[in-house]
Design a protein around this ligand. Sequence first.
Ligand SMILES: NC(=O)C1=CN([C@@H]2O[C@H](COP(=O)(O)OP(=O)(O)OC[C@H]3O[C@@H](n4cnc5c(N)ncnc54)[C@H](OP(=O)(O)O)[C@@H]3O)[C@@H](O)[C@H]2O)C=CC1
Ligand SMILES: O=C(O)[C@@H]1CCC=N1
Length: 268
Amino acid sequence: MKVLVIGAGNMGLTYAEGMAKSALLGSQKLKIYDTDPKKIARLSQDPHFNVYHNLEDCLPKADIVFLAVKPYHIDDLFQHMTPHINQQQIFVSLMAGVTIQTISSQLGAAKIVRAMPNLPAKVGKGVTSYTESDRVSRVELIMVRNLLDTTGTSIHVSTEKFIDASTGISGSGPAYVFYFMQSMLEAALKMGFSAYDSKVLVSNTFEGAIELFNQSNISPETWISRVASKGGTTQAAIDSMEDNNVKQLIQDAAYAAFNRAIELGKNS
Ligand SMILES: NC(=O)C1=CN([C@@H]2O[C@H](COP(=O)(O)OP(=O)(O)OC[C@H]3O[C@@H](n4cnc5c(N)ncnc54)[C@H](OP(=O)(O)O)[C@@H]3O)[C@@H](O)[C@H]2O)C=CC1
Ligand SMILES: O=C(O)[C@@H]1CCC=N1
């Protein structure tokens, strides 16, 4: 199976690394295409990849093509791609917002999978939602899923609405978690801890809480009640968050990302 990744940035390179290190490509090296000469030079040193700076040299020979450029790059990119594609190729878009209809009409492709990954894919802990156009067969979809799963786990969703929704939950979600971490780190520093101790306190608190959550069927709400003693310190913190409507504000943020994904789709 010949796989090409277009766009070797945060997400494209992460997927490229996951797929290249798996056994799925057989003896084929993963192909990467990017327009940045510095990236091309750096990646050319990596034995896992065949790196290209001309679409005509890599695109016609690819079976599966991952699209990992920013949504605003597609006009230019698709224009250059169109003469070199064929109707048997499968295009897997990792781009936020860009719809199957846009890819089909602007690129002229038939077999399209739209996916929403997230950055923990870098450490094999990503989660990707995906859905497909009518022309993608079951067997082809399984092949794509196997590739997606080289970076973590995936869920199939029935419509593109859920791709936009998962952008608001898991695609952008790691940034919400980092925002919370940053806030806790700043509080620890203000309380007088060193940067090192602040990091140890915060990262282990996150890691421990995730482990507890993952190893049980207990809801976060119940776990909160197990941390909080009546009239104690945790209750003071949770009361402060409730008074400030923090839960609602986090939900508003997730919806802001969801809505922005829909808007990006309309603008592309
Ligand atoms: N980052 C994330 O956590 C997530 C990102 N995504 C999606 O992944 C996509 C890529 O995002 P991200 O990896 O963060 O972006 P990056 O900017 O890190 O990567 C995009 C890469 O594509 C290159 N590029 C730009 N134009 C072209 C072109 N015409 N042909 C080939 N390569 C090109 C860029 O080069 P240059 O730098 O020179 O412009 C860059 O190397 C986006 O559509 C985003 O919505 C989805 C989920 C999570
Ligand atoms: O911020 C973005 O638009 C992309 C999509 C999800 C995460 N990063």
